[in-house]
Each structure stands twice: as C-alpha cells, then as structure tokens.
Design a protein around this ligand. Structure first.
Ligand SMILES: Cc1ncc(COP(=O)(O)O)c(C=O)c1O
Length: 427
C-alpha cells in the first residue's frame, strides 16, 4: 500500500513539474505598440488628453462614427427574412467579391472582363495581406532570395505578416526626413538595383505611416521600371476614398499598373472607408496573365483559405455588397466618405494655419497639408514625441506619426500649442 501511494505521489509530482516547465522557453512578447498606446490613453485621467495613435476615424466629438449608409444597409439586412446563417463559400460571398473587384479595378477593367482576376474574400486587409503572402510563399518563383521589398517605413504589421510565411522583409528607401516627403530617387534606384522579378510591396494610396504618395508622373516611372525588371507588385489598398475623398481617384495607381500589365495582386480593406473595422471585410485580388491561370490560382487560394479560416464571415460582406450594388446607397456612401476625408483635410488646413500664421512655430509645416490620408508624419524627433506624451498627455507613436482623425475643433488648439512648445523645447 505504502509503495502504491509513493508511486502515485511521484507521478503527481512529475506531471506538475512538467506543466510548470512546459512553456518555460516562451519569452514574454512586448505588447503591440499601437494598442499599448490606446491602453495608456484610456488609463490617463487628464481632461485634455488626446489620442493620435489610433488608425480609426473619429468624428468632431472624438467619437467612433457609424456611417449613415451602413445603418441603412443594416436595417435592410435585419428586415430580410430570406437571409440565413449558412456558411459562405470558401472564397467568400460571390456578389461581394465581384463588386469589390469592380470598386478597386474599375467597372471597365479589361483584366476583369477577360476573367483574369481571382478575387477571394478575406479577414479584412490584414487577412488579404496574409493570404497574398502565403500564396506567394508557396507559388512565386523568387528571384534569388525568398524576400519582399517593403517601404521604409511601412505599416508595422507588414514585416510580421511576411516573416510568418517565411518571406524575409528587406527595405527600399521611401521617406526622406530632410524634405519630409518622398525619397523618389532612393525608391527608383532600389527598383533598378533589385534582382529582376523581385516583389515590391506598394501602398496604393495614403501611405501608412507617412501620408506621402508618389505623384502620377512618378507612378508612371515606377511602373515602367517594374515592367522592365519584371518585378511583382504587392499592392496594399487599405484607404481607398480616404486619401482624396474620391474612390476612383484613390484607385488610380492600382488601375494604372493593371492596365500597364505589371504583374500584381491587390489587398483591399473596407475597415476604414466603410467604418467596418470590427467586421473584418476585405478581399484579395490576384491578376493573372490568362483566364485559365486565374482559375488555377483560385483553386489554390481555396485550398489555402480552407485550412486557415474555412469560410469568411458573412455580416460585413453583406453590408458592403448591398452598398456597392444599390445605386442610391452607393451615392450615399460616397457622401459619407467625403465627409470623413473632408474633415481630415480641414484638420490639416487648420493645424497648418495655427502653426504657421498664429504661433510661428519654427520650421516648415507645409507637409501637414501636402500629406494624404489618415496619417501625418510631423517630422518631430522621438524626444519631442515622448515629451508630448509625457508632459502634454498627447498619445502618438514615437516616430512622430499622428492620426489626423484624433484632432477636432475642441482639441486642435491644445495640440498645436503643445507641439509648438515641444519643437521649441519649452514643453
Ligand atoms: C497599410 C495597411 N494595410 C492594411 C491594413 C489592414 O487593416 P484591416 O485588417 O483592419 O483591414 C492597415 C490598417 O491599419 C494598413 O494601414
């Protein structure tokens, strides 16, 4: 009996020591920098605190905004008895992927009419990036090394997404801190010196985090070199409509590259332009040389998607499909988009005016009005960014990026005077 008890105890001991050691080699990862910033902002009790970190639209009262057109579409969905909760096909709601492809590539797209585009519904833009990366990692004939050229800087998630599928990120110059604008020459020489057939990730519009986009003339030169060197374009379009307030205008570069015949894919998100952040609505569009190739691509995307998410979510895709396929809802959506983009542009003008005309803040601030989309790279130093957070309770990433949508009529003056003091070193 005593021996039996001893045996049981020894087993218990060994299993408990096993479980305490099981994850011993798992290091504690740092929290995501943006979400950490939001948590710190929420915990701050200072009345005039400002959150300029978050990449989500806020109205003039600093509140999340449900687009009126989305409310209407939701009502229609709620009242539709015909809708069930069955699984969607693996590649998504067919009406959604068709309409989404037209939105980004244009309803007159030759690639679309020739059946050369494979469109798959994804878990928003992040899922599109992931599925595109996974597909390339399996099937792309890499030039030399298994790598992708990312803009320096880029959205913080890009390197993680490619690392996850075994594609190593390398960087091409994009932002020039001296001009607070595009490092066009650096970008061009990187395109020229990269091995033929390299993959370049390109922000389709409203570059995150800089707000700096190439001009149409510059896009033309970039496309020419990509064609010449047979580079592959991995276009990420998370802000269609947010840059200029016009959906077609913001899709210009994507359509131009497709028409030119650059080999490419496009990641599309409806998080920002439809305010459907949490619904995870997006699509991946891969443009192939032939209809037959597009079909083979689709078959493989289905295989990949099946093992990852099985079927994409229904609700957000239904909302977007209703909006895209109904003429009057579509016009309303365009109005909602220009309301959001317009408010951001107004904030840019107002901030620029206060800094230059009222406060005479040292330095040139024209980039505030020249940059595009949700974000602005202020050009301030990491020390000045930290001072703004620690002393003025203004939360922004240390690289000096501010989300313009965090500014509104009530807080813009406080922000401008704090920025002015940070720049002067008097904060
Ligand atoms: C450049 C870029 N790509 C993709 C995304 C993906 O966003 P989501 O997955 O919410 O659509 C974002 C969001 O911040 C982004 O800035």
């Amino acid at each position: 009996m005593a021996t039996r008890l001893k045996q049981i105890f020894s087993q218990l001991n060994s299993s408990s020591s096993m479980s305490s050691e099981l994850w011993q080699n798992v290091p504690l990862a740092p929290p995501d920098s943006i979400f950490k910033l939001t948590a710190a902002y929420k915990a701050d009790t200072f009345e005039q605190k400002i959150n300029l970190g978050v990449g989500a639209y806020r109205d003039d009262n600093d509140k999340p905004w449900v687009l009126p057109v989305v409310r209407k579409a939701e009502e229609i969905i709620l009242n539709s008895v015909a809708l069930d909760h069955e699984y969607l096909p693996i590649t998504g709601l067919p009406e959604f992927t068709v309409a989404a492809a037209k939105l980004i590539l244009g309803s007159d797209s030759t690639a679309l009419s020739q059946g050369r585009v494979t469109s798959v519904q994804t878990i928003s833009g992040t899922g599109a990036n992931h599925l595109g990366a996974l597909f390339l990692s399996r099937f792309y004939q890499f030039a030399e090394n298994k790598e992708i050229y990312l803009s320096d800087p880029t959205w913080a998630n890009h390197p993680a997404i490619f690392n996850n599928v075994g594609i190593a990120p390398v960087y091409y110059p994009y932002y020039d801190p001296k001009t607070i604008g595009l490092n066009y020459d650096g970008f061009i020489s990187s395109l020229k010196s990269a091995p033929s057939g390299s993959i370049f990730l390109i922000h389709a519009c409203a570059h995150n985090p800089t707000g700096v986009d190439p001009t149409r003339e510059q896009w033309g030169a970039i496309a020419d070199i990509m064609l010449e060197k047979e580079h592959y374009g991995f276009f990420d379009c998370a802000y269609q409509g947010f840059a200029s307030g016009d959906l077609d205008n913001d899709a210009w570069a994507v359509r131009f590259f497709v028409d030119k015949g650059v080999k490419m894919l496009v990641c599309q998100s409806f998080a920002k332009n439809a305010g459907l952040y949490g619904e995870r609505v997006g699509a991946l569009h891969i443009v192939s040389p032939t209809k037959e190739a597009a079909e083979r691509v689709k078959s493989q995307l289905s295989v990949l998607q099946r093992s990852e998410i099985s079927n994409p979510p229904t609700y957000g895709a239904r909302i977007v499909t209703l909006i895209l396929n109904n003429t009057s809802l579509f016009s309303e959506w365009k109005r909602d988009i220009s309301t959001m983009a317009g408010r951001i542009i107004d904030m840019r003008k107002e901030l620029h005016k206060i800094l230059t005309e009222e406060l005479h803040t040292p330095g040139n601030w024209d980039h505030i009005v020249n940059q595009i989309g949700m974000f602005s790279f202020t050009g301030i130093t990491p020390e000045q960014s930290k001072a703004l957070t620690e002393k003025a309770h203004i939360y922004l990433t240390v690289n000096g990026r501010i989300s313009m949508t965090g500014l509104n009529r009530n807080n813009i003056r406080y922000f401008a005077t704090s920025l002015d003091a940070a720049v002067r070193g008097t904060l």
